[in-house]
Ligand binder design. Structure first.
Ligand code: AFP
Length: 325
């Protein structure tokens, strides 16, 4: 099996970006070990603090965020970083070529139950028109990402990443400590019978999305004329990974639970990287109105609705929303 660096060279990735990617992956290898030993080390459970999102921080959220911060703030190729766990972006190496945003541990609610968790990361060229510490370094459209990826800490530690070409999959080989190419190119099947939606929010959805899900549940006796099945990992990394492997529709639509927060998933370090991975595997990734990668960001931690996965199913879902405007 081919190692990571020759694959990146084959994909035409420059040595500076390769070095930066290797730095991020070095942190993920350490995170993979830390999460596997967390219970023995007594770092499961929550802290007494809340992050910028107003969410109680898990001890591992803090540990993994610090690991990535420490490694990236010292990296000569990183001008600034942004994190789900940090209120503001942080300047790193002046005049460095790239900026990096990340969700250090996505799926925090799974940490204490040994459920699926992962790290999501995205890399942009640094901007020359704003200062290093200006959050505008990260207010770049998703199609400007030079690299997007996640590491899923499951039964095996899996890296899924694109540097502008195909979405490729790698598995951490613990014998020699490197990521080996195990999926040359993901290809999301265009149709599916699988959906990943948190049904507990059903009463808060807009009419069009309710109608779409009602017809999924009606199965072969309803308008769709086929039976669907459901999964919900409560970790975007795990649900997106299944979608890349087997197809499916993943959706976290807007809802009216909280007038101040009509969507849950964050654009910069969740929706945009996942949208790039899905699009580069032949899938589709939308909010309820537009392609996620076409959104012009306005805030570091802005949230968006997400409907992504098998192209035909995403288009069917969007048609219900359009018909119920
Ligand atoms: P946490 O990292 O705070 O657990 O949030 C995970 C997430 O952002 C995304 O990974 C999941 O798909 C989604 O939230 C789960 O949300 P619910 O807990 O509302 O189902």
């Amino acid at each position: 099996m081919q190692r990571l660096t020759p694959t990146l060279r084959h994909d035409g990735v420059g040595i500076e970006l390769i070095a930066l990617i290797r730095t991020i992956l070095a942190a993920t290898k350490e995170i993979s070990f830390r999460v596997s030993q967390a219970e023995l080390a007594g770092i499961l459970g929550s802290t007494l603090d809340e992050n910028i999102q107003g969410e109680t921080q898990k001890k591992l959220d803090v540990v993994t965020n610090q690991l990535l911060k420490d490694m990236l703030l010292e990296c000569e190729f990183v001008r600034a970083i942004a994190s789900e766990e940090e209120p503001n972006s942080i300047a790193a190496t002046p005049n460095a070529p790239f900026v990096v945003a990340f969700d250090p541990l996505d799926g925090s609610s799974n940490i204490d139950i040994n459920g699926a968790i992962g790290t999501i990361f995205t890399i942009y060229q640094a901007r020359g028109d704003v200062s290093d510490s200006d959050p505008k370094q990260f207010l770049q459209g998703g199609r400007k990402q030079v690299c997007a990826g996640y590491v899923l800490y499951g039964a095996s530690t899996k890296l899924v990443m694109t540097t502008g070409g195909p979405t490729r999959g790698y598995t951490l080989d613990r014998t020699h400590g490197g990521y080996l190419l195990t999926t040359a190119e993901f290809a999301v099947p265009s149709s599916t019978q699988m959906f990943a939606i948190n049904m507990a929010n059903q009463r808060f959805w807009q009419a069009g999305f309710k109608a779409y899900v009602d017809d999924l549940l009606a199965g072969e006796t309803g308008k769709r004329g086929k039976r669907f099945n459901m999964r919900w990992n409560a970790a975007m990394v795990a649900d997106v990974h299944r979608t890349l492997e087997q197809g499916g529709l993943f959706a976290y639509p807007s809802d009216n639970r909280d007038k101040e927060k009509r969507a849950k998933l964050r654009l910069l370090y969740e929706a945009n990287p996942m949208a790039m991975l899905i699009e580069h595997a032949g899938g589709k990734a939308y909010t309820e109105q537009t392609a996620i990668l076409d959104i012009e960001p306005t805030d570091l931690h802005q949230r968006v609705a997400v409907i992504l996965g098998s192209q035909d199913e995403v288009e069917t879902c969007l048609s219900y929303l359009a018909d119920n405007q």
